[in-house]
Ligand binder design. Sequence first.
Ligand code: ATP
Length: 350
Amino acid sequence: MAADPTDSPARTADRVARYKALLAPGSGLREGLERIQHGRTGALVVLGYNRDVAGLFTGGFGIDVPFAPTSLRELAKMDGAILLSSDLSRILYAGVHLAASPEIPTVETGTRHGAADRFARQTGVPVVTVSASMSTIALFLEGERHPILPPGELMNRANQLLKTLGQYADRLRQLLATLTTAELHDQVTDRDVASVLQRWEMSRRLHVETSAAVRELGTDGRLLGLQLQELWPDLSGQIELLALDYTTVEGDPLDVTALAALSTHDVLNLDLVLRELRLAPDDMGGHGHRVLAQIPGLPSTVGPRLVAHFGTVQNLVAAPQHELQGIEGVGEQRAKAIREALLRLEEPGG
Ligand SMILES: Nc1ncnc2c1ncn2[C@@H]1O[C@H](COP(=O)(O)OP(=O)(O)OP(=O)(O)O)[C@@H](O)[C@H]1O
């Protein structure tokens, strides 16, 4: 079925990322396309078969054989397009003429690439091309051409993205540490909270892009994938707790996903970020979920009980040891440890 124009950009991006992963270095499909590339011939391969596809090609012949990179390469020596089954496990037809409507607009000038673009637009089924003259691979999907980069270029791009993400993550950690200090000294402003969530949103977007680039690398991206995993969980965990520490003017926990709707340009505007977050101005001390999570060895069940009792970081900081001991799960040793940890966090760089 043709692409639904109401499809959200996020769904389209997800589809593109999925097909790029299927075309990742090391995959059978990629190996077949690279063989064609190295043989200096071209190809036009339709990545799926449905009723729309069935009604929109002529000529060629049905073969219905299991997919193999070498078979793809052999069949590409013939003129015309190759049709694969929707799970890409079989080669169904070869040497066919794709008969998409010539009325469909395309910016492609060559006949192979024009046919790929029109066919993908009309059927909603992705088409991949190997250019005989340029020796490039491209994916046509939902009205866009996506270049499939050579492994070396992909690796450079993924490395660069990961490096930038690392810098973003460092800056976010600095902002979170500054917020902790402000919470402990009761000096939090709405701009402190908004700055953290602004940087979080920028990092989150970059993380999505980096994850896609790493997935595109297939098996070559394993090491980068591990580095990416190390970078993320503690940050997303801190942000989840931050959302519980502040409230909106309606009295709800902060919705950190509210910023996802802003354009990249608008995310850079702190006033717009503040407007989206709708922070309650009279509740700017922080409830303490995130601060308590930074205390080593404190069981995850105890933090919420302390927050339920004390309500704010300020009350926690001011609580004498015997009051802390009144909370279920907090004995003398733990009460001392909490007080010491709060004092340590209060110090700059603590
Ligand atoms: N509608 C179509 N259906 C199937 N195959 C097609 C179609 N149009 C073009 N081709 C294939 O493309 C080949 C010609 O490609 P042409 O050089 O004109 O296009 P191109 O987009 O410039 O591609 P390349 O970059 O590979 O040169 C044909 O020999 C044929 O195999």
